[in-house]
Design a protein around this ligand. Sequence first.
Ligand code: SAM
Length: 451
Amino acid sequence: MSSKIPKQLFNTFPKWVTIDNEAFAQSQLTDPVVSIRLNPSKRIHQFDQNENVPWCVDGKYLNERPSFTGDPLLHAGCYYVQEASSMFLDFALRHLVDFDKQLVAVDLCAAPGGKSTLIASLLNDESLLISNEVIQNRASVLNENMCKWGKLNTWVSNSDPKQFGELHHMVDLLVIDAPCSGSGLFRKIPDYLNDWTIENVNLCSQRQKRILHDSYNCLAKNGILVYMTCSFSEAENEQVVDEILQEFEVESCRLPVDEEWGIVETESEIKKGYGYRFYPHLLKGEGFFLACFRKKDGFVCEDFEPKVQDHKKYGSLLSFIDLNQKIILEQNGLLMAIHNAHNMILQKCLSKIKIIKKGVMLGKLIRNEVIPEHELAMYHQVIYPQRIELSTSQALAYLKKEDIVIESSVKGWHLVTYNKMPLGWIKNLGNRINNYYPNNYRILSKNILPY
Ligand code: SAM
């Protein structure tokens, strides 16, 4: 349970929104809500009976916080542990965006990947999500989570928002889940209380406006901008909405929110732009804010002309993916697959942003053999019939990168699975089994309990 919130926090709330301060303060002393979002490309059924998060198609509440690390299905990318309020992005995007179209989306502040995994699942295969994180070690965590989510339509980059500003009018959806003072998460992460000051709220507000100004140019005409924080403070929310409406040619988008959900609709003080506030005493979720805009000026880039590639060179080697509509890129002996519609975008982006993951990394080409990469095992459409199903204890040993004992007379590469979901690769050498689970993803904790 969390400790008491600073009194000054109330002074940063918008004055025109009436909330019951006492009920709000009480809610901070209760346990945070636990929720997950399922991966629609890796369907599992163990949560079918759980309560739905009302504003997110794949969101589920859990009654308590289990040992997520002890669940092999988490490592297989079958679900993502995500705070329920922030799943409201699902509702907003389904309302505002036509996902049948080919789209370019950018999630600018993406680590560890909650919003990016959500967006990747909404986009069709021809569309592209560039999931970006400016801080290098956080970009690695983002890369791991996007790898496990297993979609070909996602790249991961490690660039400053300014570099995105150079992708003029290329982006149909720009999502900015901005770094903030974090007051909405006090109940979940009590440590945030120690760093909270009014000065920091104002610094965050300035940084949020700077990120918006730096990146805004990448948005195409009619493109959607979604701005979010997990702060309660007006300076980081409605005042930023006013800045957006004053500085850019955009219109504020109103969302048809169900009154029963307990979400508070606000309007910014000067330009009356809509925003959506989440208070923990009014709904099952933590503090959160979201506002959406549609760009009215600029132009649209047509970047989806597909590249045709002759696959003869790879035909027999790459039997584990359907090569239709894919192009294979070779970089330092590594093979990766991207959608053939993304080639032109790649050419435009290469000199502007630092891309650390493109589509799906397939493997290393060594003499005429492909040594498979973990990313290939995680790809939701991997084709590999040689599979071995593991028990819970075997799966956890595998995920800890321990030696595992498996009865199989078939030599060579196998996909190991848990509840039929791929966890990674092993190689049976006859006298022993090599565990190819990536070192940096392995479970480190010794006394991990099964889920
Ligand atoms: N969208 C993420 C998710 O759903 O998992 C959470 C993002 S978190 C609220 C904000 C992110 O912005 C952090 O990962 C942080 O490293 C990044 N960040 C910090 N300073 C930044 C800056 N100046 N420009 C862009 N991003 C920044």
